[in-house]
Design a binder for this molecule. Sequence first.
Ligand SMILES: NC(=O)c1ccc[n+]([C@@H]2O[C@H](COP(=O)([O-])OP(=O)(O)OC[C@H]3O[C@@H](n4cnc5c(N)ncnc54)[C@H](O)[C@@H]3O)[C@@H](O)[C@H]2O)c1
Length: 278
Amino acid sequence: MSEAVAVPVPTAPRPREGDLRVVVLGKGAIGAPVREALASGHVQGAQLTAIVDRRGATRPDGEPIEGDTWLGEADLVVEAAGQPAVASLGTSVIAAGVDLLVLSIGALGDEDLHDRLSAGPGRLYLSTGAIGGLDVLRAVADAGTLQYARIETTKKPRTLIQDWMSQGQRAELLDAVSRVEVLRGSPQHIAGAFPASANVAMAVAAAAGSRSLVEAAVFADPTCTVTTHEITVESTTGTYRFQIANRPSPENPATSGLVPLSVLRAIRDLAGRKETVL
Ligand SMILES: NC(=O)c1ccc[n+]([C@@H]2O[C@H](COP(=O)([O-])OP(=O)(O)OC[C@H]3O[C@@H](n4cnc5c(N)ncnc54)[C@H](O)[C@@H]3O)[C@@H](O)[C@H]2O)c1
């Protein structure tokens, strides 16, 4: 008889005193890898306490959690569940004194919701998500030298189809043979029109501390193999251009593979990693 080989059963790391207790909203292209990194102990100083999706909340080992009691075991809630989830859950997170890291930043186009989420006592953080360069934008905005900022996003046509589009608009988009402009306007208009694809427009507005100085546009390009964001910042101190070319997440073509990495970087910073580049 052959000898039985003991297979080690992986166990979740034990909570450590003083760890940042993190709850993740959403189990999709962003939430799943963030949950995995946290549950496997890859984020020093942070501990996953619950995962919440449309069906309810569970502990990292899958045990169901009653109602919204997960909120009492959180220091930080990471929202990766869509703009409607920010509206339905965000205010109670902030009101409970729990910090909220928002991915679906387009939800803040609703000024009333934005005010409620900014009222504390929990702190509102916005993820840099799929883009970068926001440190420069914030620096010139804080100094009062920002003249304008623009973000132009180019995606594959099929990822841009929306319920509000007429049959004609959809056909035009899907039949395009080269890059076409789909919509241009204020950041809140663009992020509202493309809720899963253009949250970055409101991220730029938040970094600029202004909606009126920011213009956003969305393009469809059937030939593109990556999602691109071109950010231009004009300031009295200079002109700054950032070009981001993101490979899509294999789980969700509307989301870039960079986004969960940005979230994990933010959690590491909030959990107190030393020697951070700010
Ligand atoms: N800021 C950025 O750069 C950026 C980039 C990509 C996506 N996003 C935002 O992040 C969101 C999530 O992206 P994704 O690719 O992971 O989406 P996804 O569709 O892959 O997953 C969404 C998850 O959220 C869950 N969910 C939906 N409604 C919920 C609710 N009310 N409460 C709890 N869970 C709920 C779903 O069950 C699913 O698990 C997008 O909708 C978008 O708004 C932001």
